[in-house]
Ligand binder design. Structure first.
Ligand SMILES: *[C@@H]1O[C@H](CO)[C@@H](O)[C@H](O)[C@H]1NC(C)=O
Ligand SMILES: *[C@@H]1O[C@H](CO)[C@@H](O)[C@H](O)[C@H]1NC(C)=O
Ligand SMILES: *[C@@H]1O[C@H](CO)[C@@H](O)[C@H](O)[C@H]1NC(C)=O
Ligand SMILES: *[C@@H]1O[C@H](CO)[C@@H](O)[C@H](O)[C@H]1NC(C)=O
Length: 175
């Protein structure tokens, strides 16, 4: 009886070990989806001639949701145990996908800026949010990198650098 329980105990233990990488991956998926939602909202913005102050509401909601999701991700990553090699590879793959989602959304934010410029208050509000999101993203990146095996931390930093660069250039355009 005891012996037959053993495999269950072992698999539960394995599940716990995997939970940290899995929770970071889930946080990244949440962040990615919130970024896509923000991008969709950008795409449904009216042209500058039709833009009204109320149109900024959905954008702010999406921005705040994204910021919350990144901040939750920071906590998840900080609370995580060190990642195994297998988890590190999965997180690296997820980082590459997230990087393209974030870069394409930031590029879109630059594309739609002329529409916002019709209303003086919009760009400064976006700038504040961008800075908060960049700061949270930096903290998320640092927290994840600190859980990666030491030998891979340099590579992890390199994988994240384009996200930082994309934030920098978008912030420069909104400043
Ligand atoms: C993100 O969106 C994808 C596709 O819609 C979905 O499969 C996935 O479950 C979502 N992730 C989270 C964490 O909600
Ligand atoms: C954001 O929207 C632009 C414009 O439609 C599109 O080219 C880009 O692929 C979208 N990116 C994401 C992450 O949805
Ligand atoms: C986690 O990894 C770091 C190196 O990145 C190491 O300094 C630390 O001791 C490790 N922590 C545990 C609990 O193994
Ligand atoms: C982004 O800007 C910050 C602060 O200005 C700077 O420290 C960082 O190196 C820049 N990142 C990249 C990838 O250029």
């Amino acid at each position: 009886m005891r012996l037959s329980l053993l495999p269950l105990g072992v698999s539960l233990l394995a599940a716990q070990v995997l939970a940290d990488g899995a929770s970071i991956l889930a946080a990244m998926s949440t962040i990615s989806n919130a970024t896509v939602a923000l991008n969709d909202t950008l795409n449904s913005f009216p042209s500058s001639a039709l833009l009204a102050i109320g149109d900024i509401g959905p954008l702010l909601v999406d921005s705040v949701t994204l910021l919350d999701d990144i901040n939750s991700g920071v906590k998840v990553a900080q609370d995580s145990a060190n990642l195994t090699l297998a988890e590190t590879i999965q997180v690296a793959q997820a980082t590459i996908s997230l990087r393209s989602v974030v870069s394409s959304t930031l590029a879109n934010l630059i594309t739609v800026k002329p529409r916002f410029d019709q209303l003086v208050v919009v760009s400064p509000v976006i700038l504040v949010n961008l800075k908060l999101e960049k700061d949270a993203t930096d903290r998320f990146g640092k927290a994840v990198v600190s859980k990666v095996p030491a030998a891979f931390q340099g590579t992890a930093v390199t994988l994240l650098a384009p996200i930082d660069a994309a934030f920098n250039s978008t912030i420069a355009i909104y400043s």
